[in-house]
Ligand binder design. Sequence first.
Ligand SMILES: N[C@@H](CCC(=O)N[C@@H](CS)C(=O)NCC(=O)O)C(=O)O
Length: 217
Amino acid sequence: MSTSRTIWGIGTTRTLRPQWALIELGLDYDHKKILPRGSGIENTGLVVLSQRHKVPFYQDDRVQIGESAAIVTYLADRYGGKNVLAMPAPGTEERAVLQDKTFFVMTEIDARLYTIRLHADPPLGLSATYGSAPVAIDAAKQYVERQLHEAARWLTGGPQYVTGEQFGTVDLLLASCLDWCLDYQMELPEPLGEYRDRIALRPGYQTAMANNDPSHA
Ligand SMILES: N[C@@H](CCC(=O)N[C@@H](CS)C(=O)NCC(=O)O)C(=O)O
């Protein structure tokens, strides 16, 4: 019996990620094209599955989960293989290092970018809802810039991807954060700029970007 997979959410860095992972893995999905903070959370029944009032959200025959990095990791664990989104086994050094870098990207970069998003003025920010906070924005930008130097160090000396020569889950998470930095006119230290441009050529990224276009909401 074939598994049905559903993604809720469109139009943001976080909603891009599960779609990108599914596309890299060659898996289809039903897409509930709802924007954050919209009536779609009620209309599509998401509010019954999650009271977080957030997108993305993912459901299949086994799980109902909402954190973008958790969804990507689950999909790679379940469906990844030697040549696509390969995952090292739990308990190995490779898995520990992957998780270290994944949590770093999500807590030290992604979460700080969301601080900018919450408090910046429209169209890039949500100050109308969450309040204007220029000092917090400046501090968050400087914070992220420092963390980008650490991420740049992972790629210095030649590896194509964060954990070596194969595109993996942490690349998907990091590259999506780099796009988000560019939205805020932040400079990417090399080799991150070149790395981001190379990843943006992936067909999986381009299809996911098209599917995630908020004009389809
Ligand atoms: N840590 C979560 C963040 C999810 C999140 O904050 N999503 C935003 C859209 S990018 C949202 O739904 N925001 C609604 C709100 O906070 O008002 C993830 O990575 O999935």
